[in-house]
Write a protein that binds this ligand. Structure first.
Ligand SMILES: NC(=O)c1ccc[n+]([C@@H]2O[C@H](COP(=O)([O-])OP(=O)(O)OC[C@H]3O[C@@H](n4cnc5c(N)ncnc54)[C@H](OP(=O)(O)O)[C@@H]3O)[C@@H](O)[C@H]2O)c1
Length: 222
């Protein structure tokens, strides 16, 4: 994790993490969940969740994967502790009330917009973070004000696009599984607006590459 002493004043420390195929896909065609992480990478991901105050995903990931976003302490190899806050971006109120993030087994915060506010399940907190879409700067400042010092962003493709393009992150770790998914319908690691030339590139610096299980983890900094 980045040195907390260098935490930006207006947001938590943001650690982005995802798992991709060698051709940079996050999932199978049409977004069907691909379990790309092997046991070693799952242990790494659960240790990361255990280290942060909040874990964030977009509504698309909740719709596709229905993740619990909790720490599996046995998988992490750690004594049971406190689960991080689960943060979901849902600007158009499209989350199902039956999603696992609403199961009340850990706290959940839904980031909504002024235009699409709605009734949320009991015990689920919400924050308005924009008018029609979510302003990540506003959301991250609200999270910092709620005591979130360390935030892990887990995806999916559109959320990663926003966070990487806005450069509001401190570290990106990508697990590369030695598989190729291919095709035109499997989501890429990063969606969002087109890059038309080098002036639009998001340039990162490679900090480390570590072999892990069948694949490897590369770590980048902005
Ligand atoms: N391999 C991995 O590590 C991994 C991890 C996570 C997810 N995934 C995969 O990723 C796919 C889902 O990706 P996705 O792109 O469809 O969904 P997503 O990025 O999880 O969620 C995108 C949605 O978040 C909302 N959103 C609100 N504010 C946003 C902002 N500032 N920037 C971006 N999004 C914002 C939007 O909701 P509205 O549409 O309502 O506007 C947007 O459609 C699934 O296939 C899942 O399996 C893979």
């Amino acid at each position: 994790m980045a040195d907390p002493g260098r935490r930006p004043p207006d947001r938590p420390i943001v650690w982005v993490n995802c798992a991709v195929s060698l051709d940079g896909r996050l999932a199978f065609a049409r977004g069907v969940r691909a379990r790309l992480s092997g046991p070693e990478d799952l242990a790494r991901v659960h240790r990361m969740r255990a280290e942060v105050d909040a874990v964030l995903v977009g509504a698309g990931t909740v719709a596709a994967d229905d993740p619990s976003l909790r720490v599996k302490w046995d998988v992490a190899g750690l004594p049971r502790g406190r689960d991080p806050l689960r943060v979901v971006l849902d600007p158009h109120a499209r989350l199902s009330p039956h999603a696992r993030v609403f199961d009340r087994t850990a706290p959940t915060l839904v980031a909504t917009t002024a235009r699409y506010q709605r009734q949320l399940p009991t015990a689920v907190d919400s924050v308005v973070a924009g008018e029609e879409t979510i302003d990540l700067g506003r959301l991250f400042a609200a999270l910092r004000d709620r005591g979130v010092a360390r935030l892990m962003v887990e995806g999916g493709a559109r959320v990663l696009a926003s966070v990487l393009r806005d450069r509001c992150f401190d570290r990106l770790t990508v697990y590369y599984a030695p598989v190729v998914i291919g095709g035109a319908l499997a989501p890429p690691m990063v969606a969002g607006p087109e890059t038309l030339g080098s002036e639009d590139l998001t340039v990162l610096r490679l900090a480390s590459v570590v072999s892990l299980g069948a694949g490897f983890v590369a770590e980048f900094v902005p």
